[in-house]
Write a protein that binds this ligand. Structure first.
Ligand code: IMP
Ligand code: MG
Length: 178
């Protein structure tokens, strides 16, 4: 089995890139089927979502736009529960169909913050897509419209996700070894 070492921690291959790419294509199709001729504004949540956002956009068969928000709530391998907005949005969201793109939803704290922020804007509709979702630890009531993979409460890296800055460049997803 493929493995990776980041600082002091060992990781084992968990989801191969082929499966990830198929899931991203499926999500892009699901979004297009729902939105029809709407022109969505995809908002990627940095840093983790940068690869997911790029791949969703490349798979989206219709006109679409992109922007990013940068937030952080993670230190090492556990959520701090505190979300800081680091880079804000400049776009006019009036009457826009906005799709939030998250790499992973864990407790949901980050998503709730982003959602509350965007709900204050005069958007037409607000959707949420995430590549990974950890239902066991999710603590919010928010509806998640599009989910790539529901996974157990593992700490994962790769495909944009990091352990203290490292591992984002791994094409496959790895989980922390037991
Ligand atoms: P939440 O606010 O607890 O839902 O955490 C969400 C954010 O924490 C994600 O956008 C990621 O940046 C980070 N995160 C959560 N789980 C993991 C993981 O398993 N690996 C790497 N980053 C994670
Ligand atoms: Mg993130």
């Amino acid at each position: 089995m493929k493995s990776a070492k980041l600082y002091d921690k060992s990781f084992d291959c968990f989801i191969e890139s082929k499966k990830i790419n198929l899931a991203v294509k499926r999500l892009a199709k699901e979004i297009k089927t729902d939105l029809q001729e709407e022109i969505p504004l995809f908002i990627g949540i940095l840093n983790g979502s940068f690869i997911f956002t790029a791949d969703i956009m490349r798979s989206y068969e219709g006109n679409c736009e992109i922007s990013f928000l940068k937030l952080a709530s993670y230190e090492k391998t556990s959520s701090t529960g505190i979300v800081n907005q680091l880079i804000g949005l400049n776009e006019d969201l009036t009457n826009r169909t906005v799709v939030i793109l998250e790499d992973i939803i864990d407790t949901g704290t980050t998503l709730q913050t982003v959602y509350d922020l965007l709900k204050k804007e005069p958007v037409k509709q607000l959707k949420v897509a995430t590549l990974f979702f950890k239902p066991e630890v999710f603590r919010k009531e928010l509806h998640i419209d599009y989910v790539g993979f529901s996974i157990p409460d593992h700490f994962i890296v790769g495909y944009g996700l990091d352990y203290d800055g490292l591992g984002r460049n791994l094409p496959d997803i790895y989980k922390l070894s037991n």
